[in-house]
Design a protein around this ligand. Structure first.
Ligand code: BV8
Ligand code: ZN
Length: 247
């Protein structure tokens, strides 16, 4: 049930920010960031595998992990949460969508101008010269349960391609981060969907909005919010909670 005060905040908002994490894609069958460490990768933790050092130490292991995740995305469909967010943009004067996710399900649900703070699975680039391949990668060999896959070589310099994501220890794209921070400080309402809020500086976004006076809503089966004034929790699945906001 959506609290009436939240309905009012949504109705009167002139600028809404939606901030998403892996939980918004969970009902599309995409393992959340922490759940994506299964099979071959079970013995790793995300922060050790999602790093330039892990890639340099064992390129096929890390490339295989990302290709398995990219394949899951190619096989997935946007879920009602992605669709509701795209629909919400048509109901409010201004909506800024900021995601930590590296999938393209927001775009495939019709959202535009999506701000990807952590890059994308669909934009591999050369580890050495940064060149992007001129033809998009096709469907990866299905590393069932996961196995090593040799990364392709760069057409320009012959070095290995790497996933187009931001790894731990790497800086976020400056323009994306600045745009996200500015939107958080300018909005009246921020809806945080499906994130454990543990990775910085992305995790700063909801707090920036709250300190700037916005109403903040956390949509999560296990919301971790201190329920202060102007802060709400919608405990539940994004695919069930978000469509209620656009009904
Ligand atoms: C940086 C892309 C400056 C890759 C990701 C030591 C050295 C260097 C840096 C650090 C350091 N110590 C700390 C840091 C900072 C570090 C950091 O924050 N570490 C953490 C672990 C403490 N940050 C960085 O390194 C960042 N860069 O700081 O640069 C710098 C530079 C050099 C030296 C120093 C500093 C870069 C971080 C970016 C990492 N890349 N992703 C990839 O995808 O493989 S992070 C990745 O994890 C996600 O993008 C996301 O941001 C984060 C958390 O994932 P979530 O999306 O929250 O998903 P999660 O699985 O955690 O949770 C899912 C949630 O959904 C849960 O709450 C669940 O309840 C909920 N849920 C589940 N189902 C549903 C649902 N909700 C709704 N509906 C459902 N159905
Ligand atoms: Zn190159």
């Amino acid at each position: 049930m959506i609290p009436a005060s939240l309905v009012d905040a949504l109705r009167s908002a002139r600028h809404v920010v939606v901030f998403t994490g892996a939980g918004v894609s969970a009902e599309s069958g995409i393992p959340t960031f922490r759940d994506s460490l299964t099979g071959l990768w079970e013995r790793f933790d995300a922060a050790s595998l999602a790093t330039p050092e892990a890639f340099q130490a064992d390129p096929p292991l890390v490339w295989g992990w990302y290709e398995w995740r990219r394949m899951k995305v190619l096989q997935a469909q946007p879920n009602p949460a992605h669709v509701a967010i795209a629909e919400l943009a048509r109901h409010v004067p201004r909506l800024t969508l900021v995601t930590q996710n590296v999938d393209d399900l927001h775009e495939r649900a019709g959202s535009t101008d999506v701000i990807h703070l952590h890059g994308s699975l669909h934009q591999p680039r050369c580890f050495s010269c940064g060149e992007r391949p001129d033809t998009p990668l096709g469907m990866p060999d299905e590393p069932e349960g996961g196995r090593r896959l040799e990364p392709p070589s760069c057409n320009a310099c012959g070095a290995k391609l790497r996933p187009g994501v931001v790894w731990f220890g790497e800086s976020l794209p400056t323009e994306a981060l600045n745009t996200a921070f500015a939107a958080a400080e300018n909005c009246d309402l921020l809806i945080s969907v499906g994130t454990s809020g543990m990775v910085y500086p992305a995790a700063e976004v909801p707090g920036l909005a709250w300190r700037a006076g916005a109403v903040v809503v956390h949509v999560n089966p296990q919301p971790n919010t201190d329920q202060s004034e102007r802060e709400f929790a919608l405990a539940g699945l994004a695919g069930e909670q978000l469509p209620q906001l656009v009904d």
